[in-house]
Design a protein around this ligand. Structure first.
Ligand SMILES: C[S@@+](CC[C@H](N)C(=O)[O-])C[C@H]1O[C@@H](n2cnc3c(N)ncnc32)[C@H](O)[C@@H]1O
Length: 329
């Protein structure tokens, strides 16, 4: 069982009675010593949903919602350092720079509003939430046909339906070089095929688990300022994870796709942070550790986080760096 989330393991679910299942989940929850009521509520919600799903599909179930995409700037490796800094209580969670959603999948809040400016990414989340069966069927098709020629054929193709587009993004994300989603200035995915021997193109259990975790979320295509229309009380928690400010002239954190995040955007984001903080909203932000960022947030609490740079095509350049975590509380 992994820490920091919910994990339910059954070896042969079709033979497990409802009572045994409840008992199993009860034991799991007890063992986890969930630290907040929000997680506990989510567990009940997931438990009911997953029970129905498993009875329908007769699937063995391994539940641990976690990011289903590898995303530039993903926070999976940093969660353990973030845990002491999450607010102890909140009722609605907002994540305006969703990306791979590592913090959302860790917290599993019962009420949340997730946003991103990338329409293909938002479409993937909506399809995982609303059309997981047809998405899995499409991904199985990609898995069966996967080879270098097929990869480049899919990469060059335009797909019509929302589910086909979502499956295309997941397929390319799982098979491309370094798992790095990158678009050129025309918004076209231009990464070559990766060197994976046997990539997991369709992780059925994970897709069901994340679909259940997303079931009651509101997912929106929008820029981060839209959070100001909703978050306004001390019961709200907003986590901001923008594209990082470059730490040197050569670092191109902001150039992964066409949504470049400029210095002016960082200043607008700081202004948004300040407005939310003034309303009493709990705000937390990640960014690179540089004088510009430290200066922007000098009036708030700044923690230093140690990270390894996970996405760099040159393995030798992957090393330890520091980042900042800023809180308004
Ligand atoms: C650093 S990533 C977030 C990573 C995420 N926290 C994770 O764990 O995977 C930044 C995300 O912000 C999105 N983004 C860029 N500009 C934005 C804007 N103005 N408003 C909202 N989202 C934006 C990008 O599409 C990208 O998905």
């Amino acid at each position: 069982m992994k820490s920091g989330g919910i994990c339910i393991l059954t070896s042969d679910f079709s033979n497990v009675s409802r009572i045994a299942f409840e008992k199993q989940i009860g034991i799991t929850l007890e063992a986890k010593r969930l630290h907040s009521v929000y997680q506990a509520e989510t567990c009940v919600h997931l438990k009911n949903h997953l029970y129905d799903r498993c009875m329908q599909t007769r699937l063995p179930l391994r539940l641990h919602p976690r990011p289903f995409l590898k995303w530039a700037g993903g926070k999976g490796q940093l969660i353990q350092q973030y845990i002491p800094h999450f607010p102890k209580q909140f009722s609605t969670y907002y994540e305006p720079f969703l990306g791979g959603g590592a913090v959302f999948f860790h917290l599993l809040p019962s009420r949340s509003r997730l946003m991103d400016i990338n329409p293909e990414l938002v479409n993937v989340y909506c399809c995982v939430r609303d059309h997981v069966e047809s998405l899995i069927a499409c991904l199985n098709d990609h898995r069966d046909r996967h080879c270098a020629d097929y990869y480049y054929q899919v990469r060059a193709s335009m797909h019509e339906s929302a589910v086909e587009r979502a499956a295309r993004l997941i397929y390319l994300n799982k098979t491309c070089f370094n798992g790095l989603y990158r678009e050129n200035s025309k918004g076209l995915f231009n990464v070559p095929i990766g060197r994976y021997k046997n990539p997991t193109i369709c992780d059925v259990e994970l897709l069901y688990a994340t679909s259940a975790a997303l079931r009651s979320t509101y997912i929106e295509l929008n820029s981060f300022e839209a959070v100001l229309q909703e978050a306004n009380s001390s019961q709200d928690f907003v986590y901001l994870d923008p594209p990082y400010h470059p730490i040197s002239a050569t670092s191109k954190f902001t150039a992964y796709n066409r949504y470049a995040f400029t210095e002016a955007d960082q200043i607008r984001l700081r202004d948004t942070f300040v407005k939310l903080a003034e309303r009493g909203v709990n705000v937390m932000l990640s960014n690179s550790d540089c004088p510009f960022v430290r200066d922007l947030y000098q009036d708030f609490t700044i923690y230093t986080i140690v990270a390894s740079r996970a996405i760099n095509s040159n393995a030798e350049k992957r090393g330890k760096i520091t980042e900042v975590l800023v809180t308004s509380y």
